[in-house]
Design a protein around this ligand. Structure first.
Ligand code: OSB
Ligand code: MG
Length: 377
């Protein structure tokens, strides 16, 4: 493949319902959209879905822009590559910056799929015609507000609802949701908000009585030891999210028995190449996986749907329909969930048209790298 042009658009979209995690609240998001063109005129798309501030991970919108613009895209433009996994191998020397890598990697994958005439899901080895979708709900001002949000998503047909928890917002909201929606698949996500003292661990162990599907990331990123201690005490599986950025982290999780479920986020793990490897390793170890989300716009959501079609993604993924997040998405048609099922596109490439006019209307910054011929002058 010869990539001849690359651009970055910083796009800002309002969320239909503001979202609060244990660390921050958001009512709009700004993600970077990567556009690659090859020498035959094929276009590939990827999304850098970093949070704006360094609370979920160390990256921010600005750091991802810098790393993509200065390091990653020049590599994509100057390397002749046959398969996108070769790019991941080249930029392995760039330490960290997984979100930046993920958007550029996904753009290369979607370009590769289009150029070779297959869907992104098939290029990745996906086998499912549709994927199971769940929803993730933020911390609400009151338990009644939370119950209303859960009801709305249950009515929309989603089979799994994940609740954000934090110290002071855990046992009671979980008890209320379980009392009202006991038959539903409910899980909680703490985004690392708990300390690892004996008291913290004993407190979290109280969640075991609710029959939750999993407790996601109770402790700070890479506190594998605390996670292993809690997992040894409870029946509820612990799922790791922020702790696992790399394949080495996954090996640590397995070796220390720090969890029994893996949330594979394409963004957090630096792209589809690493996500696929993580899927292969986890499945081989009997660890079920699902695809987490970062409130992606349609371009990133399409990549999440594609990876979720791999056989080991047996738990519902955070690939809710676009309408849960955005009044108008940047892809046409938007992602649609029917009774919690999202169809996996079969058309070559990303499988959705990208609405370039809508991107241009919501763009707050733009940059285009010099083309190969301009650079050679
Ligand atoms: O931990 O999964 C998380 C959103 C922002 C930061 C972290 C997380 C999330 C979500 C959103 O839970 C899931 C989604 O995209 O629906
Ligand atoms: Mg999470």
């Amino acid at each position: 493949m010869k990539v001849t042009a690359a651009s970055i658009s910083r796009v800002k979209l309002p969320l239909v319902h503001s979202f609060q995690t244990s660390s921050h609240r958001k009512s709009y998001l700004e993600h970077l959209i990567i556009r690659l063109t090859d020498s035959d005129g094929n276009v590939g798309w990827g999304e850098i879905a970093s949070p704006s501030d360094p609370y979920y991970c160390s990256e921010t919108t600005e750091t991802t822009w810098l790393v993509a613009r200065k390091y990653l895209l020049p590599i994509v433009l100057s390397t002749e590559w046959g398969h996108p996994s070769q790019l991941a191998a080249v930029w392995h020397k760039i330490r960290g910056h997984e979100f930046a890598k993920a958007g550029v990697d996904a753009a290369a994958w979607s370009l590769y799929a289009l150029a070779t005439g297959v869907s992104l899901a098939s290029a990745l080895g996906g086998t499912r015609a549709s994927v199971n979708a769940g929803v993730s709900l933020g911390i609400e001002p009151t338990i009644d507000d939370l119950l209303a949000q859960v009801q709305k998503q249950v009515d929309a047909g989603y089979p799994r609802v994940k609740l954000k928890i934090a110290p002071g917002w855990d046992i009671e909201p979980v008890r209320a949701v379980k009392a009202a929606f006991g038959d539903h698949d409910i899980h909680v996500d703490a985004n690392g908000a708990y300390g690892d003292s004996e008291d913290d661990i004993a407190h979290l162990a109280k969640l075991d009585e609710f029959g939750l599907t999993m407790i996601e990331q109770p402790f700070a990123p890479r506190n594998f030891v605390a996670s292993a201690r809690l997992q040894a005490r409870i029946h509820t599986p612990i799922c790791l999210d922020e702790s696992v950025d790399t394949i080495d982290d996954l090996h640590t999780m397995i070796a220390l028995k720090a969890g029994r479920v893996l949330n594979i986020k394409v963004s957090r793990m630096g792209g589809l190449t690493v996500a696929k490897t993580a899927h292969d390793i986890a499945t081989g170890e009997g660890i079920p996986v699902w695809c987490g989300g970062m409130h992606e716009f349609g371009v990133g959501r399409a990549a999440n749907v594609a990876i979720s079609s791999l056989p080991g993604f047996t738990l519902p993924s955070d690939v809710s329909g676009s309408d849960k997040y955005y009044a108008r998405d940047i892809i046409v048609p938007p992602v649609v969930a029917n009774s919690g099922q999202v169809a996996v596109p079969t058309a070559p490439g990303l499988g959705f048209d990208v609405d370039e006019e809508w991107i241009a209307e919501n763009r707050v910054d733009f940059d285009e790298l010099p083309t190969t011929s301009e650079r050679n002058l």
